[in-house]
Design a protein around this ligand. Structure first.
Ligand code: IPM
Ligand code: MG
Length: 360
């Protein structure tokens, strides 16, 4: 098979972790006799510096042409004071929207070897295996009206959280389908005691459930969910929620996995005529400017995102399993970066990448 993959390393540690992810992608393709055709594009702060735009039109074209896109991270401190319109993050929101990747899958697993890396008690974390399905193309991230207007005491910031029935239904269907392949339990997260968007969300989730009688649906309020995630994470299988709730709760998931550097993500949209999903793959972590360029970022979230890409965009489940297995064996051997607090000396980003390739 030929895999046409666009890479968007982006900013900060995005560059380092993407390099290792690509190395693993090339190694697994060699092993299974696939060919990879890589193209690199600009996104985020680096794109603003080079072209004036966080998502230059050429990047959008490249992404639409590729079979799948592998992203690093975006964000640079020099844009901290800039308005949302002129920030690197705008590029990420742009690419998610242009690809129509409305479901962001963020799996959280507590690997045995990492139990002690979590600040939570072992018995709480052990056995955690959940997936957050975050709506990614709508909600308050994209809603209008938005902006800052007026002056003095009357100066006002506005954002809008809005969802249509169709937007809610499609992401719920995706989550139900996932739950069906797992432990058949779906938790829909909302704030229906306060927000109308959440009331509609809950109603639509119940309607979609009618098509999935084999899956149990429960509802939970987002504040309670934040608490349950650290009190009893094992009670969750698949969770589905709107965009900003998913952004927030998925960082909490990082505490269960031991480090945010561990978390991969797959953002998927419609199926293409050949049955593959349109996909954008990126680690959950950000660009971490404080450790950028130091060769110490954890590349396993990015490498896990390669596994997700093989599975969802190319249907290569055996190849994906081999990558995930290699990640696990590297963890078991204690060959990890500093964030995972190894007993011995921590490995560099590149050494972890090498170790995963060797384990393949
Ligand atoms: C994430 C990130 C992004 C988001 C930022 C960088 C715009 O936090 O992917 O979780 O909020 O979606
Ligand atoms: Mg986030």
């Amino acid at each position: 098979m030929q895999l046409n993959v666009l890479t968007l390393p982006g900013d900060g540690i995005g560059v380092e972790v993407t390099r290792e992810a690509v190395r693993v992608l090339e190694a697994v393709c060699r092993k299974f006799q696939h060919t990879v055709k890589l193209t690199e594009g600009l996104l985020g702060g680096i794109a603003i510096h080079k072209t004036g735009q966080a998502m230059p039109p050429q990047t959008a074209e490249l992404a639409l042409d590729a079979d799948a896109t592998l992203m690093g991270a975006v964000g640079l401190p020099e844009f901290d004071e800039a308005p949302p319109e002129r920030r690197p993050e705008k590029g990420l929101l742009g690419i998610r929207k242009i690809l129509g990747v409305y479901a962001n899958l963020r799996p959280v697993r507590a690997y045995k070897a990492l139990i002690d890396s979590s600040p939570l008690k072992n018995h709480l974390v052990e056995g955690t295996d959940l997936i957050i399905v975050r709506e990614l193309n709508g909600g308050i991230y994209y809603g209008t009206p938005r902006g800052i207007s007026g002056e003095g005491e009357e100066e006002r910031g506005t954002n809008t959280m809005t969802y249509t029935r169709a937007e809610i239904a499609r992401v719920c269907r995706m989550a139900f389908n996932l739950a069906r392949q797992r432990r058949k339990k779906l938790t829909s997260v909302d704030k229906s005691n306060v927000l109308e968007t959440s009331q509609l969300w809950r109603r639509v989730a119940v309607e979609v459930a009618a098509g999935f009688p084999d899956v149990t649906l429960e509802h939970i309020l987002v504040d309670n969910c934040a608490m349950q995630l650290v009190l009893n994470p094992k009670r969750f299988d698949v969770l589905v929620m709107e965009n900003m709730f998913g952004d927030i709760l998925s960082d909490e998931g990082a505490v269960l996995a031991g480090s945010i550097g561990m978390l991969p993500s797959a953002s998927i949209g419609e199926r293409k005529p050949n049955g593959a999903w349109v996909g954008l793959y990126e680690p959950v972590h950000g660009s971490a400017p404080d450790i950028a360029g130091q060769n110490k970022a954890n590349p396993l979230g990015a490498i896990g995102s390669v596994a997700a890409m093989l599975e969802y965009s190319f249907g290569l489940t055996a190849e994906a399993a081999v990558v995930n297995h290699a990640i696990e064996s590297v963890l078991n051997a204690g060959k990890v970066t500093a964030d995972l607090k190894p007993a011995g000396a921590p490995l560099t980003t590149a050494q972890v990448g090498e170790a995963v390739c060797a384990a393949l």
